[in-house]
Design a protein around this ligand. Structure first.
Ligand code: SAM
Ligand code: FES
Length: 349
């Protein structure tokens, strides 16, 4: 028994470690420790969710954004980004196609784009829920007031994804412009949970200035918030941002985080992200084997896919939705899991 495997056992039992203990794992883990962790992470997820992997249809409906996050390829200052917005009809067509392909969750994601007023968002959500009553609608449209979130919830939105990006306030301020604050980000997440959304937070692994201690703080923050979903993917540089010359986050560290989160929050819904598939051809499969249980194929129309580029070399930008589903189905089966088409709601453990 190594010191790290002892800590993993403790985490499995208590579902929480101290910041120093998480940091010790993050700094000291070996590939053998990782295997030990992943085996436990799989056992925990299979006890709750079996072999099911849930799919979410991602609709990237606007790449306009008023924010200027230093890492993001669609930030306001990315002058070469070719901007687009989908109309309400186009969004509904994506859902229509997705529904035929078996999707029962639609994730509407976009930059913070003022063109989509609360009224427009409410209208889009209501129309999707009316037309597809058996589907869950997830919004991922950034920081809003509590009143706005309340309107979306009343319109029928079931879930909301808002990565906290980093739980450490100094780190947050380093990778964001001064007008964005960690306090407001966390306020949004608290509001979303209180309003009854199935709520997702999350962070990038290997973002500039990140330390092992920051990652430990991310896990502690997540343990405190108890979100229903956690989106974790590697940071990948985008050529048109201040971080163009930075290194990508590492595969091994991203997988370790997935495993640690699974043991900390056994019933969490945890995607194997597109970013993970971008840094390694088998990244998503490895993510599933480390404890992930969700995939998010792209349902955006093909002609806008290569415009929603948060980072360089993003995969799946040229495929039709049906091809993405078939490809992911094969990938999921190849590691012994099964892609399923139900809503895949969070199961309280
Ligand atoms: N505007 C919404 C928001 O702020 O939540 C949703 C869109 S935002 C582009 C979605 C997520 O993409 C961010 O939360 C961030 O973690 C991730 N992201 C942005 N730039 C990235 C990069 N260069 N590498 C990896 N992930 C990135
Ligand atoms: Fe707004 Fe990235 S800066 S979506």
């Amino acid at each position: 028994m190594s010191r790290i495997t002892e800590l993993i056992d403790k985490l499995e039992k208590d579902r929480i470690l101290t910041k120093d203990e998480y940091t010790e794992i993050i700094r000291g883990h070996t590939p053998e420790d990782d295997e030990y962790l992943f085996e436990k992470a799989r056992a925990v997820r299979e006890k709750i969710y079996g072999k099911a992997v849930y799919m979410r249809g991602l609709i990237e409906f606007t790449n306009y954004c008023k924010n200027d996050c230093y890492y993001c390829g669609i930030r306001r200052s990315a002058k070469n980004a070719e901007r687009y917005r989908l109309t309400e009809e186009q969004i509904l067509q994506c859902c229509e196609k997705g529904h035929e392909l078996g999707f029962r969750t639609f994730v509407l994601q976009g930059g913070e784009d003022g063109w989509y007023t609360d009224e427009r968002i409410v209208d889009i959500v209501s129309r999707i829920k009316e037309r597809f009553p058996d589907c869950a609608v997830t919004l991922s449209i950034g920081e809003k007031s509590r009143e706005s979130y309340e309107k979306y919830r009343k319109a029928g939105a079931d879930r909301y994804l808002l990565r906290h990006e980093t739980a450490n306030n100094d780190h947050y301020r380093k990778i964001h412009p001064p007008e964005l604050s960690p306090e407001n980000r966390k306020r949004c997440l608290a509001d979303l949970k209180e309003l009854g959304f199935q709520t997702g937070c999350g962070f990038m692994v290997g973002s500039p200035h990140q330390t092992p201690e920051h990652l430990a703080e991310d896990i502690l923050y997540i343990s405190e918030l108890q979100p229903h979903m956690v989106g974790i993917g590697p940071f990948i540089p985008h050529h048109d941002t201040p971080y163009a010359e930075e290194k990508s986050g590492a595969l091994e560290m991203t997988l370790l985080m997935l495993g640690l989160i699974r043991l900390t929050l056994p019933d969490v819904l945890l995607p194997a992200t597109t970013a993970l598939g971008t840094i390694d051809p088998k990244g998503r499969e490895k993510g599933l084997l480390a404890g992930a249980n969700v995939v998010m194929p792209n349902l955006s129309p093909r002609d806008v896919r290569n415009k929603y580029l948060l980072y360089d070399n993003k995969i799946c930008t040229g495929d039709e939705a049906a091809e993405c589903v078939a490809c992911l189905g094969r990938r999921v089966s190849s590691v012994g899991y099964q892609l399923v088409t139900d809503r895949g709601d969070h199961k309280a453990n």
